[in-house]
Design a protein around this ligand. Structure first.
Ligand code: NAD
Ligand code: DAU
Length: 338
């Protein structure tokens, strides 16, 4: 089996490559990645010399390059992780989110139509459902919840989902979609909440908490996301959406305090800053369908996963310290004005 894994130099894609390498050693893996600011070849160093792994630098929105690659490699399965993924950046500059997340997905779908495919799996997000109120804890997103995206990022992901479903209905393409909650774990770019707080805390820098820090996210260890996608590839039904989540809702401020205490720092580092525009209040996934259909359950409890994650960032300081320069700093300055 040959898999095209797009966005494999990013956070979840790289973890998925390592997961598949371990669990399906006979598969051929081809990573397609444009290497934007979020893609890091250093992350893929452990597999670069593996004869059953290949890296190709390509923009998924480049139709000719993508078609040439399909013709040359003839993949059986495509797993599309490639995306612009940071909500704050989408608020600053939506255009590139449409180019990659919508048009890039369409290019991949077209290539799959032309060259044939056993499965196209679209890695989507719980953010396509919009948000839930804090005072209705019984509400959760199911696969039947309406799409109601809030940010240019989530609108672009919802658009891509709709395109995938339309290609399934119109052309009978073998599509599956997963919508996962917030991931955490090794190799997450230090612009996202958990790695940003770990990095700033380590450096004794302010910890910027948006608004009052009361927003709730449903956190899942990245390897559990990978195992869910693997199960969907193996036994998922074509045309089906699968929600993935860990029943682990936490307020941002509680996550930040947990990191502060684990690293032995002072809560005085916590700095409340201007809220994100259109900030989603709460996400909560109901993962009962994927459990019932495919037997998926998360394996890592948050209290263990967060300790492992903090330890990973402590043990791999050069990975994120190398990143904390250039583009990232410019964006940080634009967002926080310092
Ligand atoms: P990331 O930003 O860490 O990585 C994205 C990768 O895609 C990078 O390697 C980047 O170079 C690559 N890329 C970007 N534009 C590209 C293009 N035009 N062509 C080829 N490659 C391109 O993102 P992530 O957090 O790993 O997210 C991966 C996927 O999972 C995304 O589709 C995201 O929407 C989805 N998702 C993320 C989370 C989360 O918590 N991080 C949760 C649910 C779903
Ligand atoms: O829910 C899945 C989504 O999770 C994915 O689709 C996105 O790709 C991924 O980036 C993530 O989106 P969020 O916006 O939830 O993640 P982020 O880490 O940016 O922020 C998490 C919460 O923390 C959110 O409520 C905003 C807040 N926050 C974030 C940052 C970066 C802060 O308070 N301060 C910060 O500095």
């Amino acid at each position: 089996m040959k898999l095209f894994i797009t966005g494999g130099a990013g956070f979840i894609g790289s973890n998925f490559i390592f997961y598949m390498r371990r669990t399906h050693p006979d598969d051929d893996l081809v990573c397609l990645d444009k290497l934007t600011y979020a893609g890091n070849l250093e992350t893929l160093a452990p597999v670069m010399n593996d004869p059953k792994f290949k890296f190709v630098r390509v923009d998924i929105a480049d139709r000719k390059a993508v078609c040439d690659l399909f013709e040359a490699e003839k993949p059986d399965v495509v797993v599309n992780f490639a995306a612009e993924s940071h909500v704050d950046r989408s608020i600053e500059n939506p255009a590139v989110f449409l180019e990659t997340n919508v048009m890039g997905t369409q290019v991949l779908l077209d290539a799959c139509r032309i060259y044939g495919i056993r499965r196209f799996h679209q890695v989507s997000t719980d953010e396509v459902y919009g948000d839930l109120p804090l005072n209705r804890p019984e509400l959760m997103f199911t696969e039947q919840s309406l799409l109601h995206p809030s940010s240019p990022y989530s609108a672009s992901k919802a658009s891509a989902d709709l395109l995938c479903l339309a290609y399934h209905r119109t052309y009978g393409m073998p599509i599956t979609i997963s919508r996962c909650s917030n991931n955490y774990g090794p190799y997450q770019f230090p612009e996202k909440l958990i790695p940003l707080m770990i990095a700033n805390c380590t450096a004794g820098k302010p910890l910027p908490v948006y608004g009052q820090g009361l927003n709730v996210r449903d956190w899942l260890y990245v390897e559990d996301h990978c195992s869910a996608i693997d199960l969907i590839l193996q036994g998922g039904k074509e045309g089906q959406v699968y929600n993935i989540g860990g029943h682990n809702e936490m307020r941002n401020i509680d996550i930040v305090k947990l990191i502060v205490h684990t690293l032995g720092r002072s809560e005085e580092l916590i700095t409340y800053v201007t809220d994100r525009k259109g900030h989603d209040m709460r996400y909560a996934i109901d993962p009962s369908f994927i459990h019932k259909e495919l037997g998926w359950l998360p394996q890592t409890r948050f209290e263990n996963g967060i300790v492992k994650t903090i330890q990973w960032y402590m043990d791999n300081r050069s990975w994120w310290e190398n990143i904390l320069s250039g583009e990232y700093i410019n964006c940080y300055d634009r967002l926080y004005g310092r």
